[in-house]
Design a protein around this ligand. Structure first.
Ligand SMILES: Nc1ncnc2c1ncn2[C@@H]1O[C@H](COP(=O)(O)OP(=O)(O)OP(=O)(O)O)[C@@H](O)[C@H]1O
Length: 703
């Protein structure tokens, strides 16, 4: 039984309803009923000795409550005795017994009084026995109670002890629980540590596996290498065997060679004497070569000086004449009858059959003769016509220029002559080259040319030369900067051929700097020139822009002047010299006369032609005025402002510049009259002497 069970039982005993906590009810009653105190044995003895024998043995009152029975079972406590009450006396009997003086009954029942006394006595005895029994029971019960109390206190002690044990057990349990928790924590940590260690071990294992694999691979490679080395060793062994054989034979040869060397050394000592003589000679020759080179350099400098002197003596305006060859397109019947105003050479009509070509060529060709086969300075034009009277009339015109180029002349030949002028530009002169002639006479071909090395024109060749010369001069301390612009003058309006192709929209103005002698045009692209290839790209761009513009207005390039300007500025850091020059390469508009231009019915064409003629005649006027000024009329006004072209080229046409006009002629008979006009204009220019050109530099570049 648990201690708590015991406690509950004790409590239930103590707190039974209707019973005092410390004394049973029977005991309590016994305590108060003094007459029943005497012990049972004494009472019984008294009763046995004095009174009548007991009528009946008093029975203990039944312990009817179930609670009492439960106590008996549970604690073996003495059974409870219900309070024994003295038998009820009939109320009527007491007066009878106590009042023997009652008259009527005494008389009627005097006989039965004795009986009643006896009965009373018996009852008294009975009561006494009961009381004594009761006293005995009480004593027994008290003893039982005492025992129970002892047991109870024992049980309480037990209970206390058990409670303490329980508390101790609980404390122990708590301690165990804490220990358990600590242990489980520790176990968890150990498990984690173990898992970590396992992971590390696995990673280590994997690393080891990888290392093993790598080592195996390396081993395999080593084994392969070893195998190869073995093979090499065996090859080398066999080579060594061969080599030792060869060595043997070589040793023999070496011995033979040594003998030869000895013989040769003898010869060498002989020849070394003559060799030293030769070395001396060579040294002398080298000195001579150096001397000659220096002389050549000086001669070159002198040549350049002389060249410039010759150029200056020739005057600063010269005229070349170039006749273009007959083209297949010139020989079509349509072209043959075409007026000179049309660009016949650009016709796309089919070319004639070869057998007809020669005949047509003869018919088409004007009679042009080049009599001066030495200096190539003359050109003679013949013409035969029938007069009104039917007589044949023959005409002959002879013209003389600085150089005449026949139809078969190449671009290179023409440039050889021009290159001298280009050279002057790098020396600090302003140079201007014009291509003058009627439409289709070959001006553009001369200036711009074709795309092959043979046909490339004067502009690209001049640029190439400028770059080449400036490169050469770099070695002498010169640094050059070059820039270029490409303009078109159409109907007296300036357009930028290196611009965005917005033709005839922007207004460009020409400005001259009187101090520097430099000419600029507002709002045009001036491009730094870095290489000949870049210049060619720029020219191609300009050409394509002109072509696009020409779709709006036919033959634009024929009807406008184009001016390519290359400005060059050189500085010599050593000599502190500075020189500036410019090269203007001008492709003039077709020079045909108004009546031949076919412009009569076309207002725009008429305007174009008038503008062209005005600017060309302004050019002639400027040149003529310059000539007059050169002849002494120092106050002569030069009408530069009469046209955009002359105003633009003012600084390149003045007395300080070098000017070359290339007169381009068509070889066609149909163009004879135009050719004569051009020849006369060129002669006028050629006969003009315009002073002496001047360099735009401080000390001249002569070195
Ligand atoms: N020396 C030459 N050798 C070969 N072909 C030439 C020569 N000169 C001109 N040509 C050709 O003649 C044709 C007309 O020449 P080009 O266009 O240069 O004439 P142009 O005077 O510039 O005419 P435009 O005033 O219309 O521009 C072109 O097809 C050109 O290739």
């Amino acid at each position: 039984m648990s201690s708590s069970g015991l406690k509950r039982k004790a409590d239930s005993q103590e707190n039974a309803p209707g019973q005092p906590r410390t004394k049973l009810p029977a005991i309590a009653e016994a305590d108060t009923n003094v007459p029943l105190r005497p012990s049972r044995t004494a009472a019984n003895r008294a009763a046995v000795g004095k009174g009548p024998p007991p009528l009946t043995k008093p029975k203990a009152p039944p312990l009817s409550t179930s609670t009492t029975r439960r106590y008996e079972r549970a604690t073996s406590a003495p059974p409870k005795i219900a309070p024994v009450r003295p038998p009820a006396r009939p109320t009527s009997a007491r007066p009878t017994a106590t009042r023997p003086t009652t008259t009527r009954t005494t008389r009627a029942a005097s006989g039965s009084a004795a009986t009643q006394d006896k009965r009373f006595q018996a009852l008294q005895d009975q009561v006494q026995s009961i009381e004594s029994a009761r006293a005995a029971d009480t004593a027994r019960l008290a003893a039982d109670m005492e025992r129970e109390r002892a047991k109870l206190s024992e049980l309480e002690e037990n209970h206390m002890a058990l409670t303490r044990e329980l508390a101790a057990a609980r404390t122990q349990e708590m301690t165990h629980k804490r220990e358990l928790v600590d242990a489980s924590d520790e176990m968890e940590q150990m498990r984690k540590r173990h898992a970590r260690e396992m992971d590390e071990l696995e990673a280590q294992m994997r690393r080891r596996d990888r290392e093993i694999r790598e080592l195996k691979d390396e081993l395999r490679v080593c084994l392969d290498d070893l195998e190869r080395e073995r093979q090499t060793v065996s090859t080398l062994k066999s080579t060594i065997a061969h080599q030792s054989d060869a060595q043997l034979s070589l040793t023999t040869q070496v011995a033979a060679m040594k003998a030869q060397i000895d013989a040769l050394q003898g010869q060498l000592s002989t020849s070394s004497v003559s060799n030293s003589t030769l070395v001396l000679q060579l040294e002398t020759e080298r000195k001579r070569v150096a001397e000659l080179e220096r002389e050549t350099l000086e001669a070159e400098t002198i040549r350049r000086k002389l060249h410039n002197m010759v150029q200056e003596l020739k005057g600063n305006i010269r005229v070349f004449c170039r006749v273009r060859p007959i083209l297949p397109s010139d020989l079509t019947p349509a072209a043959l009858v075409k007026s000179s105003s049309s660009a016949s050479s650009l016709s796309t009509t089919p070319t004639p059959e070869p057998e007809d070509a020669e005949r047509l060529k003869g018919e088409a060709m004007a009679q042009i003769v080049f009599p001066d086969k030495m200096d190539h300075k003359e050109i003679v034009l013949h013409s035969s016509s029938e007069s009104a009277t039917g007589q044949e009339r023959k005409d002959e015109w002879t013209f003389s220029f600085d150089r005449v180029f026949e139809p078969h002349s190449t671009q290179m030949e023409v440039f050889e002559e021009i290159s001298q002028l280009v050279q002057s530009c790098t020396d600090g002169y302003n140079v201007c080259v014009f291509a003058y002639g009627q439409t289709g006479s070959g001006k553009s071909f001369t200036m711009e040319g074709g795309h092959t090395d043979a046909t490339v024109g004067m502009i690209p060749r001049a640029v190439d030369q400028v770059f080449k010369v400036t490169d050469d001069l770099r070695r002498k301390g010169w640094e050059y900067k070059m820039e270029g612009q490409f303009l078109e003058i159409y109907n007296e309006t300036i357009n930028d051929l290196l611009g965005k192709g917005e033709f005839d929209k922007k207004k460009h103005e020409i400005k001259h700097d009187a101090r520097t002698g430099r000419t600029t045009v507002t709002d045009v692209n001036v491009v730094a020139l870095r290489s000949p290839a870049q210049v060619r790209t720029l020219l191609a761009q300009a050409q394509s822009r002109r072509t696009v513009a020409a779709t709006l207005m036919n033959e634009r390039s024929s009807r406008s002047h184009s001016v390519f300007t290359l400005r060059i500025r050189g500085e010599n850091a050593q000599t502190r010299e500075v020189c500036e020059g410019s090269l203007n390469l001008v492709d003039l508009a077709g020079s045909e006369r108004l009546e031949k231009s076919g412009a009569a019915g076309d207002k725009d064409r008429l305007r174009e032609t008038q503008n062209i003629n005005r600017s060309l005649s302004a050019l002639g006027d400027v040149i003529a005025a310059l000539g007059e000024k050169g002849e002494g009329k120092s106050d002569k006004h030069i009408p530069y402002r009469n046209s955009k072209l002359t105003y633009l080229l003012q600084n390149s046409l003045s007395g300080n510049s070098k000017t070359l006009m290339v007169l381009n002629l068509s070889p066609l008979a149909t163009h004879l009259n135009e050719s004569l006009c051009s020849l006369r204009f060129a002669t006028k220019v050629n006969n003009t002497t315009i002073g002496t050109a001047k360099k735009q530099s401080r000390p001249a570049i002569t070195a």
